[in-house]
Design a protein. Sequence first.
Length: 277
Amino acid sequence: MASVFDQMLSRYEITTTRDRQNALREVMHLVALSGLHRAGFFDKAAFYGGTCLRIFHKLPRFSEDMDFSLLKPDDSFTLEDYFEPLQNEFGLFGREIQIQVKKKSMDTQIESAFLKDNTELVNLEFQTERSVKIKIEVDKNLPMGFTTEFRLQLLPYSFMTRCFDLPGLFAGKMHALLFRGWKSRVKGRDWYDFEWYIKNGYSLDFSHLKERSIQSGHRGKREFSEDIFKELLKVKIGSTSFEKAREDVKPFIKHHEELDIWSAEYFQQLSDMITIV
């Protein structure tokens, strides 16, 4: 008899190695969420980012990492309190995982603008399939003012997850798109998500975007208006290689032809369609 984990995996169409990696990673996301829920994590924290969009809002691309924010600043918080519950949760579904604390380095190409001392990072990986891992990141001091809601997840069992609402998720995405420190690399997944928000008519929580930008040191209170935000976005669009952006996102989506329209002109017109709340 197949395990619950394997039953969850069987729901995916898997024809390539990359398909299997994407599916395995997403099932890991679901089991990790269920373990965190069982441990009371969502009394203290909320889920945001691309993986949140994928799981709870049907974003049509796969994702890798899991991003969370505490509901209020707490320097004493530690993810180590949740290591055992996470390992136990995976054990319930016949999987053994290794949890590794990830050391932050400003020399890496990964989100260098956001690797703050009050951010905790860990990697989860299978003992038997080390090519598949997920990063869990918890910001212990995200700017306040965001709104959360509880979203229902049915697998591996029915439970509720506290998430940022969609305008707050949009704000976080635009902050990453504008200020993410990837050096020469282009994060095409950010542009894919931006396009998805516009296509689906979702509004952006500008107040939360402004607070994020002030806290990360990219803008002062007086120099981050809606007009300046849109101008910064147009400059970012003009300096982006959308050929590189397409290559970044292709491994995470099924229909590559939907990227054919990507260009600076296309995204400039999308930027004019942003609705701010």
